[in-house]
Ligand binder design. Structure first.
Ligand SMILES: [Zn+2]
Length: 161
């Protein structure tokens, strides 16, 4: 499984807490590894996995190594921030229709016209483009996840998180 990088905060503190979730698949590889500072430990409150304290290293607070499959990562984005920001949940509102969900979230932000979310809107626009333009499906999935990861960090920045 390919890794996607996410960054859940714009906090500049070094990560001292790690939450690791092992896959339920037979290979027992990781689903995700989330790094936070002590102040942002709450970010992981609703995440499953084992927690440990680590020495300060190179990684900043909020770095998430994401190894889950495409559909699961999309659901995570939906729960973690897209639904809160745009009231569009991938499953509840769009029955798993990724393009419909992304388009609706983008339209919602565009209509809201809040400049604080310009970065989020631009990155969501890239996700819509990546999901709709004709290209290799695996390339498209990676591009969608990368665009959503940028949008997610921009959303955290807009909140001052
Ligand atoms: Zn932090």
């Amino acid at each position: 499984m390919a890794m996607t990088l996410r960054q859940l905060t714009t906090c500049s503190s070094p990560a001292t807490h790690v939450l690791e979730r092992r896959s339920q698949r037979r290979d027992r590889t990781y689903d995700y590894v989330l790094h936070t500072c002590v102040r942002h430990r709450w970010l992981a409150d609703n995440w499953k996995g084992s927690r440990r304290v680590v020495e300060e290293g190179e990684l900043r607070c909020g770095v998430l190594f994401e190894y889950r499959g495409y559909a699961e990562v999309l659901r995570s984005h939906s729960w973690e921030w897209v639904c809160r920001l745009t009231l569009n949940d991938l499953e509840d509102d769009h029955q798993g229709d990724v393009v419909g969900w992304l388009r609706a979230a983008f339209a919602e932000l565009s209509a809201a016209g809040r400049s604080a979310h310009d970065g989020v809107r631009v990155a969501l626009g890239h996700a819509v483009l990546a999901a709709t333009v004709e290209q290799d499906p695996k390339v498209a999935e990676a591009a969608v996840l990368n665009a959503l990861a940028v949008a997610e960090t921009a959303e955290a920045a807009a909140r001052g998180a």
